[in-house]
Design a protein. Structure first.
Length: 393
C-alpha cells in the first residue's frame, strides 16, 4: 500500500467519521465564503507602515525565519535532487525560496493568516505563490472544514477548490485564535493599544517640534482698569499680530513681546509631567513582547549591554524563529504529502548563525558521552541514522 493510498484512506475516514461538533459549526457557514474578521488594511497601515517598532519586529521575524534553509528528506536522508527540493528552492519564476517565505511569514505576523497556492499543469505542483491575506476568503464545506478558498482582486474572484483526491491547492497557516473557527489572530491585534500609545506619542512629539518645541499656552490680560477684558478692537489686533508674527515655520522661536498687562501662561503638561519618554519606551516593549522579539535587539534603552544582546539574540532564534520555521516546515510537508509521498521537509537549524553556540555546546556534550553509540549520537544531534535504508517501498 502506497503512502498516497494510505492518505486517501485517512481522508475518507475523516469524511465518514466527521466531528459532530464540527458539523454544528458547518450549519452556520457551510458553502458561504467568510471574510477575515479583522481589517487587514488598517492593521497594515497603523501597525506596519506607521510604527517603527512593529515594522522592525515583523521584518526581523520574517527575514530570520525565511533565512532558515528547508531540506527535503526521504527515508530519513537528505534528497537534494528531489523535485520538491527544486520547488522549494525556486518556487516560481519571479521569486527564490527565501523571498517567497519572507512574504509568507510576513503576512502571518501582520494578519495572523498566511496562504500559499500550489500551481501546475500536472499532478505535482511546479510553482508556489503567496496570496495576500485580505483578498482570501475561507469557503467551509459540509463537514465544517474548508473545502475551497476564494481569492478576489480588482472586482473579480476565483475559487480554488479541493481536487478529486482530496488535495486542496491552498495552504492556510494561521496563528491561534480563541474566538474564530477559521482565521488566525494577528500579533498586531494583541499589541494594538501599545501601538496606539506609541503612535500618539510620536505624533505629540512631532506637533511639539512643529510648535518650536514649546507647549501651548494662553495670553492672560490683567488690565483691571478695563475690567480684565480686552476691547473688541484690541482682541482683533492682538490675534492678527500673533498669526502674522508667530505662526508657521518663519515664526518659530521668535520672542513674544507682551505689554499692557498681558501675561503668558503655559497650559500643556510638560514631557516630564506626562512621563513621555518612559511611557513611549514601555509601549515599545509591549509591542516587542507581542511579537516575541527581545527589546535589546530593537535598540530599546535599559539593558543594551553586549552580554544581554548576545543572550537576547539566542533567545530570539530559539524561542521565536526556530519554532516558526519548524511549524512552517511541518505545515508544508502535510500539505504537499499527497503530491510528494514519502517526503518530509525539515528546517536546517544547523546553518542558522543565531543557534551556532547552542549546537557547539550540544556537540561537545555528545562527544563527551562515551556511553552512546555513534548512531545514537547522530540521532540526538538531529542528523539521522547513517545506516538508514535508502530503498523505496
Amino acid at each position: 500500500m502506497t503512502s498516497q493510498t494510505r492518505w486517501l484512506d485517512r481522508l475518507r475516514g475523516r469524511e465518514t467519521k466527521a466531528s459532530r461538533a464540527r458539523r454544528l459549526v458547518a450549519l452556520t457557514s457551510a458553502g458561504r465564503p467568510r471574510w477575515t474578521p479583522t481589517d487587514y488594511r488598517a492593521l497594515a497601515q497603523e501597525g506596519y507602515a506607521r510604527n517603527a517598532v512593529a515594522y522592525r519586529c515583523i521584518r526581523m521575524i520574517a527575514e530570520a525565519t525565511a533565512s532558515v534553509p528547508l531540506v527535503v528528506f526521504r527515508r530519513n536522508r537528505p534528497s537534494p535532487d528531489h523535485p520538491l527540493q527544486a520547488l522549494l528552492d525556486r518556487p516560481n519564476p519571479e521569486e527564490a525560496g527565501a523571498d517567497l517565505l519572507e512574504s509568507f511569514f510576513g503576512a502571518l505576523q501582520t494578519a495572523g493568516n498566511a496562504y500559499l497556492e500550489a500551481a501546475g499543469t500536472g499532478d505535482a505542483p511546479t510553482e508556489l505563490y503567496v496570496l495576500r491575506p485580505d483578498r482570501v476568503k475561507v469557503v467551509p464545506g459540509a463537514q465544517g472544514w474548508p473545502d475551497a478558498y476564494e481569492y478576489q482582486a480588482a472586482g473579480r474572484a476565483v475559487r480554488l477548490v479541493r481536487a478529486g483526491d482530496g488535495f486542496l491547492p491552498v495552504l492556510h497557516l494561521k496563528l491561534y485564535n480563541p474566538t474564530d473557527d477559521y482565521y488566525g489572530f494577528s500579533p498586531l491585534e494583541a499589541a494594538r493599544f501599545a501601538i496606539d500609545v506609541h503612535n500618539a506619542s510620536s505624533a505629540w512629539n512631532k506637533a511639539l517640534l512643529d510648535n518650536s518645541a514649546r507647549p501651548s499656552g494662553a495670553l492672560v490680560f490683567t488690565g483691571r482698569a478695563a475690567g480684565d477684558r480686552l476691547s473688541e478692537d484690541q482682541f482683533v489686533r492682538l490675534k492678527q499680530e500673533l498669526e502674522d508674527a508667530h505662526s508657521g515655520p518663519d515664526g518659530a522661536g521668535r520672542p513674544l513681546l507682551l505689554e499692557g498687562g498681558l501675561d503668558w501662561k503655559p497650559m500643556a503638561l510638560t514631557p516630564s509631567d506626562m512621563d513621555f519618554i518612559a511611557g513611549k519606551a514601555a509601549a515599545a516593549r509591549e509591542i516587542a513582547q507581542a511579537f516575541g522579539v527581545p527589546p535589546p535587539l530593537l535598540g530599546l534603552p535599559g539593558d543594551n549591554t553586549y552580554a544581554n544582546y548576545k543572550e537576547a539574540n539566542g533567545a530570539f532564534w530559539r524561542q521565536t524563529v526556530a519554532p516558526l520555521a519548524e511549524r512552517g516546515a511541518r505545515a508544508i510537508t502535510a500539505w504537499l504529502q499527497p503530491r510528494f509521498p514519502g517526503c518530509v521537509i525539515r528546517p536546517d537549524l544547523d546553518r542558522c548563525p543565531g543557534l551556532a553556540s547552542e549546537r557547539e555546546s550540544l556537540w561537545a556534550r555528545l562527544d563527551a558521552a562515551t556511553f552512546l553509540t555513534p548512531q545514537e549520537r547522530r540521532r540526538m544531534a538531529g542528523l539521522g541514522d547513517a545506516l538508514a535504508e535508502t530503498s523505496d517501498d
